[in-house]
Design a protein around this ligand. Structure first.
Ligand SMILES: Cc1cc2nc3c(=O)[nH]c(=O)nc-3n(C[C@H](O)[C@H](O)[C@H](O)COP(=O)(O)OP(=O)(O)OC[C@H]3O[C@@H](n4cnc5c(N)ncnc54)[C@H](O)[C@@H]3O)c2cc1C
Length: 499
């Protein structure tokens, strides 16, 4: 377990007395919406990256926009940092609290405010669970496309803050492509509407800027999502390979052939065995890798796409291509993929889930390099990921009870992130940066670029009170790490101390 706090150059120092602040909050919040006792604070000390923890200073549970505005206005006035929390399923430590800040739990904002089937949109509060939107839209033959594997638990507010993806995002886009309008409250307490219910809005595209901003620019209080018509048919094929690099190359070739599967997922041998043992999905245990490719749309179109995809996969060296013969078999094939993370949890005391994205054409090469890196660290990596979007999820297996093994897993994870950057990809897959990957932002971006990010933040959050110490590193942090880019031997920001 690592107790986490922002780097000293990112920490917001204030001298506000906790008791005084609690009295201020109690004026407009009911007693059960203000938590400050250690046993009340404990459930909020981490998100799903549970190795990183910090007991929050104060937790508040507002249930109206007016209450939230008052909280933010007060914190702004006193210079107290603030963090919004959705369902706490984040995997990058984005919702790890601050020991001198206010954590605002958004769980009471849990209403679907409007479902407009005619215009295929829904207006929802941020605490609504992802899957609840599709469930509410189902009677109208509609659904919400972005489907993170955590969709039974994660909130729409968290999805927007992380720009979450899922199996269907290859064809239907990430969260950012599936929302129309946001209402946010700024750090000063102002309610602002961003985007519109039309296809375009005037001015800069702040909707895109807000999506994926990890709670650092404003707190989301309402999201208008797009709804799609449920497809007439959906069919899946499974392809087995005797070589993981061939499977990687096949992914690139499927897309190059003009096909856009509704989902294109890959699992390596370690994951196949773990998943098969757990859910009995009829996966071939001797395969080095399998691909699951799903196609959806009209019946005839799906059949034609399945035929073409099968041909491409065989050409690329698949030793077996098997379409699901029934809806039951299709569900079974997907059940293995969906249960892959918990399945891997059964074969290793601990695992560390990395998340980076690379250009698809480098999949084969990068998978080979990951396996070589893992060997050099003496660790095993299980690969299960959204292959179609090049979004890697290497699961690094380790045992936290063995001294130094967690640090080794973290170091290997760092090497994999750097590898993603080196091939033209990014350290941000779908899980955001949070605290987990903040140091690698220094590797990916130059000092000038980071300064630009800080300037954008300042335009929204003048005192830098929203979720400090996450996602965008200070230049001091980067200088200390020695990871800031050096161009032509010229050290960026020579005035900064290096340690
Ligand atoms: C088993 C498992 C599988 C997962 N699979 C996927 C996957 O397939 N795809 C994927 O993208 N992710 C996945 N995740 C990660 C996670 O579920 C997503 O990042 C999700 O969007 C987080 O939502 P949350 O409500 O839990 O947010 P939290 O974890 O509570 O918060 C995440 C970030 O969002 C900010 N935030 C939350 N609510 C608000 C708000 N109202 N306003 C402003 N900022 C806010 C927080 O400050 C924090 O920075 C998975 C996680 C788990 C545990």
């Amino acid at each position: 377990m690592i107790t986490i706090q922002p780097h000293s150059s990112e920490k917001i120092i204030h001298s506000v007395d906790k008791k005084d602040l609690l009295v201020e909050f109690s004026v407009f919040l009911p007693a059960d919406a203000v938590l400050s006792e250690p046993e009340q604070l404990k459930p909020f000390e981490c998100d799903a990256l549970s190795a990183y923890q910090c007991l929050p200073w104060i937790v508040l549970l507002p249930d109206s926009v007016e209450q939230l505005q008052k909280i933010l206005h007060l914190c702004y006035k006193f210079g107290v940092p603030v963090l919004a929390r959705g369902a706490g399923t984040g995997l990058a430590g984005g919702a790890v609290p601050l020991d001198n800040g206010v954590l605002i739990a958004m769980s009471k904002f849990n209403q679907i405010l409007e479902l407009d089937a005619e215009n295929k949109m829904a207006r929802v509060q941020p605490g609504v669970r992802n899957i609840s939107v599709s469930q509410a839209a189902d009677p109208y033959g509609l659904y919400y496309a972005p489907d993170p594997s955590s969709q039974i638990a994660c909130s729409i507010g968290g999805n927007v803050a992380e720009n979450s993806g899922g199996v269907h995002c290859l064809k239907y886009g990430l969260t950012t492509h599936n929302i129309l309008r946001l209402k946010i409250v700024t750090m000063e307490g102002e309610l602002v509407t961003i985007g519109s219910h039309g296809l375009d809005g005037p001015g800069y595209d702040l909707l895109a800027l807000m999506t994926g901003s990890e709670g650092m620019l404003g707190i989301i209080v309402e999201v208008t999502v797009k709804l799609l018509l449920k497809p007439q048919a959906a069919k899946v094929i499974m392809a087995a390979f005797d070589d993981i690099e061939k499977a990687g190359a096949a992914v690139a070739e499927i897309i190059a052939s003009g096909l856009i599967p509704a989902g294109l997922e890959m699992m390596d041998q370690t994951t196949i065995k773990a998943a098969e043992d757990f859910v009995h999905a009829d996966y071939p245990l001797d395969a080095e890798a399998i691909l699951l490719a799903e196609f959806d749309g009209l019946d005839a179109q799906v059949d034609a796409e399945i035929k073409l995809a099968s041909e491409v996969l065989i050409e690329q060296g698949a030793v077996m291509v098997k379409p699901a013969e029934s809806e039951q078999q299709r569900q079974k094939m997907w059940a293995g993929r969906k249960a892959a993370f918990p399945a891997v949890g059964r074969i290793s005391p601990d695992y560390y889930c990395m998340d980076g994205t690379i250009p698809r054409r480098h999949l084969a090469k990068v998978l080979k390099q990951i396996s070589q890196l893992a060997k050099s660290y003496g660790l095993v990596v299980a690969n299960v990921f959204h292959a179609g979007d090049g979004n890697l999820h290497p699961l690094i297996l380790y045992n936290a009870n063995n001294e130094g093994e967690m640090e080794k897993a973290e170091a290997l994870g760092g090497e994999i992130l750097k590898l993603s950057v080196d091939v033209g990809g990014t350290i941000t897959g779908e899980h955001g940066v949070g605290v987990e990957k903040i140091n690698y932002m220094c590797y990916q971006f130059s000092g000038e670029e980071l300064q630009l990010f800080h300037a954008i933040k300042q335009a929204f959050d003048q005192k830098a009170l929203l979720n400090p110490g996450k996602a965008v590193p200070s230049l001091h942090r980067c200088a200390e790490l020695g990871a800031m880019h050096v161009h032509n031997g010229e050290l960026a920001f020579p005035e900064l101390e290096r340690f």
